[in-house]
Design a protein around this ligand. Sequence first.
Ligand SMILES: C[S@@+](CC[C@H](N)C(=O)[O-])C[C@H]1O[C@@H](n2cnc3c(N)ncnc32)[C@H](O)[C@@H]1O
Length: 385
Amino acid sequence: MADGATPRLVPRSHDDYACQAGAAAGLVSLSENDVYPAALPAGSHFSFGCPGIVGTLSVGGTVVLVEGPTPPNASPSSNASGSPSRRWRSGTSSTVRSADTPSRESSGAAGPTAPSCARLPPNAPVRPSGPGPVQEAPPLTADDNPIGWDTSAAAGAYRDRDMRLAEQLIFPGVLRRLAGGSRPDPLALDIGCGTGAVAAQLARTGAWTVQALDPSADMLGIARSDRPHPRVSYRLFDGRTLDWLADDSVDAAVCCLVYCTDPDDGRLAALTAEIRRVLRPGAPYLLADLNPAATGVAFSTLRHGEPEAVYDDGDTVPTLLRLRDGTTMTSATYYRSLDRYRSFLTEAGFPSPAIDLPTLPADGTVTEAAAETRTAPYMLLTTHA
Ligand SMILES: C[S@@+](CC[C@H](N)C(=O)[O-])C[C@H]1O[C@@H](n2cnc3c(N)ncnc32)[C@H](O)[C@@H]1O
């Protein structure tokens, strides 16, 4: 406020604050792996909720109250032997650096990730931040026996996956496309919600009530325990029918990394038609999946398909996912060309989708050698009912 100016009071409800912090957290892809150093006064608008302290705690991240904004206080400290899976956030920057705070999840703690808040000692030893873990990834190597997606082993392993690429390349695009709906209390479906990552992010924006559906009871069990949210209801379904939902009753549908895990074209065609039926006219359907043009490319956290191999629609594709402890999970996915994805949509009555192929910027946050700076690991198809 300029000297002598009259202070202006802007009335805000708690919902307004929650919405702002949640939307800001979504835009910069904050997750439970992040550490937010609150260096500016905690009561200031910026550090309080843009996404700041509230946004970080709302996604299960860690807030560190530091003594002041100058180094060394506001830099990552080396106070533990912990895991490399924590990201150190500063303000709204999306810079990814390593921090030594041990991850609750990788330390084996069970149950929901509770928000935490720690105080950094005033003269804590400071270590220059090292290269982000995405740069350090060793080569992915396959197991001989891929895990089937409908098994409890797959659900358990998927819980521990390294989500950084999906967090940076899928979730922000989904949240951006679903921002700004005008209907009161809109309903979104997260179809094939798995362990609930997308559903929870959507609910945390404060804008959506979410029905999160999956045919795997094991995945849903993990979602309910790791990502409970008052705006999310998790529900077992058959992967095909949405018969408890009326025609034109849903405001948005999201389906992330699901078609690639289901070998049954007939089931996916029926599911897509059901999604079209329940969406209100004009409501968005966002289908995110593995980019079929990226088979065989070794990304830092995944590789779907063997290098040099050529796949046809329906082929089984050995797929490696990196887990947070650095080991890999080998599963099977099912190749479908972009044309096949388009036909699922158009045969169900959707218009041909807009196609996004996001890559990471080669701006120093990841090494320029990382394949994800050149090739999109995922695609995001957007269409409307
Ligand atoms: C790779 S996981 C993705 C989970 C979550 N969407 C995410 O992005 O983290 C695939 C999920 O799709 C589910 N799935 C497989 N076939 C499905 C179908 N026909 N309909 C809905 N979900 C399905 C699996 O049970 C599994 O939970």
